[in-house]
Write a protein that binds this ligand. Structure first.
Ligand code: GDP
Ligand code: MG
Length: 177
């Protein structure tokens, strides 16, 4: 055991524009007003939350796209995440097609860990511009052995479920030792 046992670190990864920062903002308690960008987007949000009657400290990191020489931040992200949320937009097939490559990268960096990964199809509110169906998302997640959820960061739909789900996945791995 160590002092970080009660701190769960979740990394938002995925292509630009899919809604990572907006999702992070919903966790951080910002208003999900899609007409305004958050004025002070942060690169991590820490909150104590109750999941299944047990409190945890959850830290959500939105650092995947930050520029830094040599990609140290991304490596740091890969090394320290307890769970990864691979986000794509259901309105952007290109972002969906990048998922396997991103997951492979995570699993290559952490080959000895059974990493909790959740595939997140965001922007589920944009029904008319949808390019990836719920079934396709589910199917890919099944193929890649990860969980799947659709969210709307704009409407706060399924966002709480997403972060609670990440906590449950991490707990499951830890309880197995
Ligand atoms: P990031 O590049 O992955 O961090 O994506 P952002 O969080 O910056 O979002 C990109 C754009 O998509 C912004 O204009 C957001 O307001 C919008 N957006 C994010 N999530 C949603 C969503 O669930 N529904 C809708 N309609 N728009 C969203
Ligand atoms: Mg962003």
């Amino acid at each position: 055991t160590n002092q970080n046992d009660g701190v769960f670190k979740v990394m938002l990864v995925g292509e630009s524009g899919v809604g990572k920062s907006t999702l992070a903002g919903t966790f951080g308690g910002l208003q999900g007003d899609s007409t305004h960008e958050p004025e002070n987007p942060e690169d991590s949000y820490e909150r104590r939350i109750m999941v299944d009657k047990e409190e945890v400290t959850l830290v959500v990191y939105d650092i995947w796209e930050q520029e830094d020489a040599g990609g140290c931040l991304r490596d740091h992200c890969l090394q320290t995440g307890d769970a990864f949320l691979i986000v794509f937009s259901v309105t952007d097939r290109r972002s969906f097609s990048k998922v396997p490559e991103t997951l492979l990268r995570l699993r290559t960096e952490r080959p000895h860990h059974d990493l909790p990964v959740i595939l997140v199809g965001n922007k589920s509110d944009l029904a008319r511009s949808r390019e990836v169906s719920l079934e396709e998302g589910r199917h890919l997640a099944g193929t890649l052995s990860c969980k799947h959820i659709e969210t709307s960061a704009a409407l706060h739909h399924n966002t709480q479920e997403l972060f609670e789900g990440a906590v449950r996945q991490i707990r499951l791995r830890r309880s197995r030792g």
